[in-house]
Design a protein around this ligand. Structure first.
Ligand code: NAP
Length: 270
């Protein structure tokens, strides 16, 4: 079974290397800058399963380009790796006889050289996991596969995006505050690294409820009031809403009711 990739970016190159290390046979990449339509045709003709690993907005145009080639697609499989698009975007290929799937690797690929350890651990969320060629790939790699329905993909992708992307905005919010007291970002990053490491370790080992510490967990209303007082309007809003969400992890009681009132009042105090 030969595996091709359209798009040699971060996901395409990492998956190809990982699959090859698992003993799977890679037929090649299609890289639009260096290759012609004839090259694309030859690659598809020589492959059994094709991963479309281009940026999300290019998946549709790539599908259109492939379906316009006039190749017989029966017996071949095509999939994309986008977390937010459903398998429906591949319908033109299915109409030409191909088997189609969507296979999202639940990992953050920030370079073309993601550590093997991270690749081995990652789970995949897949639409149409019964695809015969995809099944053969998962027979050779140790990664867990979860089936996902098309209608659940946006919420799934949003959850992943909050965890993997919005946390960076949250970190920047925190480092801005540290910078305001005269510690530059780099020194602040070094000083807060052990705290972040400890927090991540406990989060990963125990989950958010058990890993939570700090004034919300201790129900220290006065400390929370002081936090609110030093924040400017937009940042106060962010803190307030996040603290209200985090308070859901704390066992409710009279103190949490007082804290909730304080946080809700914060919305009316500029
Ligand atoms: N990065 C992640 O953490 C991650 C995680 C899971 C899933 N994904 C998904 O995986 C897919 C690829 O993401 P990525 O991070 O690997 O993107 P990327 O690094 O930006 O790579 C995308 C590649 O697609 C190529 N491309 C774009 N349009 C093309 C076209 N019309 N024909 C041929 N090649 C084309 C680009 O080539 P040029 O250099 O010519 O522009 C580029 O090499 C996306 O659907 C993304 O949502 C990403």
């Amino acid at each position: 079974m030969k595996i091709a990739f359209i798009g040699a970016g971060k996901v395409g190159t990492n998956l190809a290397r990982y699959f090859a290390e698992g003993g799977l046979d890679i037929s090649g990449f299609f890289v639009r800058k260096n290759q012609s339509t004839d090259d694309l045709r030859d690659l598809l003709a020589a492959s059994d399963i094709v991963f479309i690993t281009v940026n999300d907005d290019s998946v549709g145009p790539v599908v259109k380009r492939i379906s316009g080639l006039g190749l017989p697609l029966a017996g071949k499989s095509f999939g994309h790796t986008c977390g937010s698009l459903s398998v429906a975007v591949l319908k033109p290929l299915e109409d030409l006889g191909a088997s189609v799937f969507a296979c999202h690797p639940l990992q953050t690929f920030s370079s073309r050289a993601v550590e093997d350890e991270l690749l081995k651990e990652m789970h995949f969320f897949v639409e149409n996991p019964q695809d015969p060629h995809l099944k053969r790939i998962f027979d050779r790699i140790p990664n867990p596969l979860h089936e996902i329905k098309s209608e659940d993909k946006i919420k799934y992708h949003l959850g992943a995006s909050i965890m993997a992307n919005l946390t960076m905005g949250l970190m920047d919010f925190a480092f801005d505050l540290i910078e305001e007291i005269g510690v530059d970002k780099e020194s602040g990053f070094q000083a807060f690294k052990p705290l972040l490491k400890g927090t991540c370790t406990h989060l990963l080992e125990e989950g958010p409820e058990k890993a939570l510490t700090g004034p919300l967990k201790r129900r220290d209303r006065d400390t929370i009031e002081k936090h609110l007082a030093v924040l400017k309007s937009e940042d106060r809003e962010l803190y307030r809403l996040l603290a209200l969400k985090t308070l859901n992890l704390v066992e409710p009681g009279p103190d949490t009711i007082k804290i909730k009132k304080l946080l809700k009042e914060g919305a009316n105090n500029g």
